[in-house]
Design a protein around this ligand. Structure first.
Ligand code: PEP
Ligand code: MN
Length: 471
């Protein structure tokens, strides 16, 4: 995606005087990692500290400029991927499927909204999970430590002990994933002048099938037109697609080791004389976010996040109070950079009505300019009578539609969506035009944490959002 016109790169914040990459250690920490053999940790973090950054300040500041455009209503943020990424997902097929799905969804959204879409994947680092309980009871009645994500322990019950060597494995799996993503994009996997496969065979409802088919034809026509006028030149917009990486910044030992003081790249066209400006960049991913369980104002995670120059996300769940939200913005973005913070709201379809409006008004009153992103997944998790965690497509769409409407009613606008999805044909969420029912969940239920939209459901959600804008 080309840099948005007339959008200068945001000036990264100067970290507060009293901040260092390790100052979070002086604060109370939720979801802390207590290794059984703490002496095994320092050699691991020393190794991480010596390794190259996974992403660069140049890439990070580009994303920040795009998010600034999203905060100003000139772009839309599409963020999605697994709930819990596993090391074993680092395969060409799984990565290709995710790139393709995000790309197709973004085309549908661009068509619907008539504005650029910023693509951010939950990938190449989404290896840590906050847990509500430290232990889990297995079907045979035994209790084992909960699975906290591949970066901390293994899913197999025998593998649940926390192992610091997994931090280095996380780094190398992120590096391999990012390397493959960058290489595939540079080699034309996202080459839009080649026809994409849009399989709509699953859409049984004739009316819907016609409607989605018309959207696909319109997109295909536009791409053909752009190719005809030469927009598919080697560096043209059809050949250069940007895809950024993101994950929850949960394991601060890992984030700290990859946080580097680096030169701030000059804005495009700007000549930099004199001493180069430097800032602290979290180089584990382009954007990281604070989860709903670790956003305490006086906690270690907020402390860490307030010093980094990356764009950051903050999950906003039903327990967030409006004044607390404003104080949090003041702490993590004292310089009030526009679009630096993405507020990822996740109340649930039944609560969004009651809570979103108040939060919009509080932020408006504070003068902060954020990207408002709707995560319609995490407030809508339910357990079936047979104990399977699922989400209903109708609840997901309902929270999203409410968010779109409530923003409009408050003179605001939705700047993005945050989804848990996979390019594989899983059966984890019920509903959608495939008509998945509770009984179908066992067919291909493979998530290691929360239920994800499959390729068809995710694409359908993009069609529905696009339809909202096109009427
Ligand atoms: C997640 O995004 O997977 C997650 C744990 O979300 P939240 O912090 O909103 O519960
Ligand atoms: Mn999740």
């Amino acid at each position: 995606m080309a840099p948005p016109p007339n959008t200068p790169q945001s000036v990264p914040i100067t970290p507060p005087e009293d901040w260092t990459p390790s100052s979070w250690r002086t604060k109370p920490l939720h979801q802390a990692v207590l290794y059984p053999e703490p002496t095994a940790l320092p050699p691991v973090t020393a190794k991480l500290t010596s390794l190259p950054p996974l992403v660069t300040p140049h890439e990070i500041t580009r994303l920040k400029a795009h998010l600034r455009a999203a905060a100003e209503g000139q772009a839309f943020l599409l963020q999605g991927g697994d709930c819990a990424e596993l090391f074993s997902y680092c395969t060409p097929a799984a990565i290709d499927a995710k790139i393709k799905l995000l790309l197709q969804m973004s085309l549908v959204l661009i068509w619907g909204m008539n504005k650029p879409v910023v693509r951010v994947a939950r990938i190449a680092g989404q290896y840590a999970k906050p847990r509500s309980s430290p232990n889990e009871t297995l079907p045979d009645g035994t209790s084992v430590p909960s699975f906290r994500g591949d970066v901390l322990n293994g899913y197999e019950p025998a593998d649940r002990a926390l192992d610091p060597n997994r931090l280095v494995q996380a780094y190398f799996h992120s590096a391999a994933t990012l390397n493959y993503m960058r290489a595939q994009i540079a080699s034309g996997v996202a080459d839009l002048h080649r026809p994409l496969e849009w399989d709509l065979g699953h859409v049984r409802d004739e009316e819907l099938n016609k409607r989605y088919g018309a959207i696909v034809s319109s997109i295909t026509e536009s791409l053909r037109f752009m190719a005809t006028i030469g927009a598919d030149a080697p560096a043209g917009p059809l050949r250069t697609v940007e895809l950024f990486s993101s994950h929850e910044g949960l394991v601060l030992e890992y984030e700290e080791a990859l946080t580097r003081r680096l030169r701030v790249p000059p804005a495009e066209g700007e000549f930099v004389g004199g001493a180069a400006q430097e800032a602290w960049f979290a180089t584990s991913g382009h954007m990281i976010w604070i989860g709903d369980r670790t956003r305490q104002l006086d906690g270690g995670h907020v402390e860490f996040f307030r010093g980094i120059a990356n764009p950051i996300g903050v999950k906003v769940g039903p327990s967030m109070k409006a004044p607390e939200l404003v104080r949090l913005l003041d702490v993590v973005n004292p310089g009030r950079e526009v679009g630096k913070v993405v507020l990822i709201t996740r109340y649930g379809a039944g609560k969004v009505e009651e809570l979103l409006g108040g939060h919009i008004e509080a932020v408006k009153g504070s003068g902060h300019r954020v990207v408002w992103q709707c995560d319609p997944m995490h407030g809508n998790t339910q357990t079936t009578s047979t104990g399977i965690k699922t989400r209903a497509f109708s609840d997901i769409f309902s929270e999203l539609s409410s968010a779109l409407r409530i923003h409009r009613a408050h003179g605001s606008f939705l700047g993005g969506v945050h989804l848990e999805l996979t390019g594989d044909a899983v059966t984890e969420c019920i509903g959608g035009s495939e008509g998945l029912e509770e009984e179908d969940l066992s067919l291909n239920y493979t998530t290691y944490c929360d239920p994800r939209l499959n390729e068809k459901q995710a694409l359908e959600l993009a069609f529905l959002i696009a339809g909202h804008y096109r009427g």
